[in-house]
Design a protein around this ligand. Structure first.
Ligand SMILES: *Cc1c(COP(=O)(O)O)cnc(C)c1O
Length: 411
């Protein structure tokens, strides 16, 4: 019997067409060497060798495709890039050293001095610092607007606006942007619409299908899902990704092969993990809404959520992130957090382990009191990144928090 070896080494691109996301997560971007190993190999090498001086010259000159140097060509990194690009429905992906490096690389490649950016106010704190502290030094100005107020977006756009940037759902209040209308606004004004898809991942939301030009990820979060590595990725059409790749080659915020391998393998379980995160988070959100000590629960899956309908339209699920306000202030929030025993007190999110944080004094602690209140970050707000533990054990742990509040109010 004869087999065509290519079929074992790489799934033909044409076979991937029409495959469903759960399959792409496991099969797209497969990297198999002539050893025919089943699990993907890892290539921890900085450089690659050539058969001759002429071949080296052809590779460097771009006449012959192939590996050169791992700042910009590494097979393990490319395997991860192909897999996430397939899952997001994008032509191409470029992996970066961190989520912030993905945002920086996108800005450096696609903006220039004199350009203007409109960005949602609730973005990851370091993203807003990147825009107002660093991009501003190079002549790129940014206006921050409410994620959900279409009129505020429209009136912030100027002739020199080249980019609209959002995170949806937002952190920690889970506000949801209407991606189609923001994409339309961007394109009417010759600007790019960029979506940080960290909270939903391509399993729950594919922004390119709603008109986004580029999708950005902190791979550090759900894509890894087990809190092991820091990394990022930019996904979109080849014509926008080629300059991002060019910046990476010249500036060097590259993903390491080891991290790429962890993320590549992490994607294999992303669909089943996201389903478990969604299921647990919805059940906890509904349970938390019943607790007398809870003033309000922020979760896109609740009917009470102001953008529930748009979330339902854009997302296949409501995700694992939720937050809630307790009756009281900082003392009550800290007492609640300190009474839990299993749930990790850490600001990381998207992990299989549930984590709990007090945004006002950690992730959003650098905001001025005015900015905090504009962003809705109150002192009694608690954020949960709901993991995949048994939901009853999570309730038992959170119940310790409610018990501590009851004990304190009885004394
Ligand atoms: C964590 C995070 C980032 C930054 O990613 P790093 O990998 O930490 O650099 C960007 N956006 C969002 C929404 C994040 O949660």
């Amino acid at each position: 019997m004869t087999h065509h070896r290519e079929e074992f080494v790489r799934i033909p691109e044409s076979d991937l067409e029409g495959m469903l996301p759960d399959t792409l997560a496991v099969r797209a971007g497969q990297l198999r060497t002539a050893q025919l190993e089943h699990s993907d190999a890892i290539f921890p090498t900085s450089s690659f060798v050539y058969g001759s001086a002429a071949q080296a010259a052809a590779r460097f000159g771009g006449e012959e495709p192939g590996n050169i140097y791992s700042r910009f060509t590494n097979p393990t990194v490319q395997a991860f890039e192909r897999r996430i690009a397939a899952m997001e429905g994008g032509e191409r992906a470029v992996a970066t050293a961190s989520g912030m490096a993905a945002i920086l690389s996108t800005c450096m490649a696609l903006l220039q001095s004199g350009d203007h950016v409109v960005c949602s106010r609730g973005v990851f704190g370091t993203t807003s610092a990147l825009f107002h502290k660093y991009m501003a030094k190079f002549g790129v100005t940014t206006t921050f607007v409410s994620l959900v107020d279409g009129e505020e977006w429209a009136s912030a756009v100027r002739p020199e606006t080249r980019m609209l940037f959002v995170e949806t759902p937002s952190n920690p209040l889970c506000e949801v942007a209407d991606m189609e209308s923001l994409a339309k606004l961007a394109h009417e004004n010759d600007a790019l619409f960029i979506v940080d898809n960290c909270f939903c991942t391509p399993v729950l939301q594919r922004p390119l299908d709603y008109g986004a030009d580029i999708v950005i990820h902190s791979a550090t979060k759900y894509l890894d899902g087990q809190g092991r590595c820091v990394g990022g990725v930019v996904v979109g059409p080849d014509k926008l990704l080629e300059p991002v790749y060019g910046f990476l080659r010249s500036a060097g915020p590259t993903m390491s092969p080891f991290n790429a391998w962890v993320f590549h393998k992490g994607l294999e379980t992303l669909p089943i993990r996201m389903r478990a995160h969604c299921e647990n988070a919805l059940e906890l959100a509904e349970w938390l809404e019943q607790q007398p000590e809870v003033e309000h629960v922020y979760y896109t899956g609740l009917e009470s959520h102001p953008q529930h309908a748009i979330a339902k339209k854009q997302q296949k699920g409501f995700g694992g992130m939720l937050s809630f306000c307790l009756r009281g202030g900082r003392n009550e929030a800290w007492r609640f957090i300190d009474a839990t025993r299993m749930i990790s007190i850490t600001a990381n999110l998207g992990d299989v382990k549930t984590t709990i944080t007090h945004p006002a004094t950690t992730t959003h602690g650098r905001l001025s009191p005015e900015d905090k209140s504009a962003a809705g970050i109150t002192e009694s707000l608690v954020r949960l990144s709901v993991g995949i533990e048994a939901v009853d054990d999570l309730k038992t742990d959170l119940q310790r928090g409610f018990q501590a509040l009851q004990n304190a109010s009885n004394t």
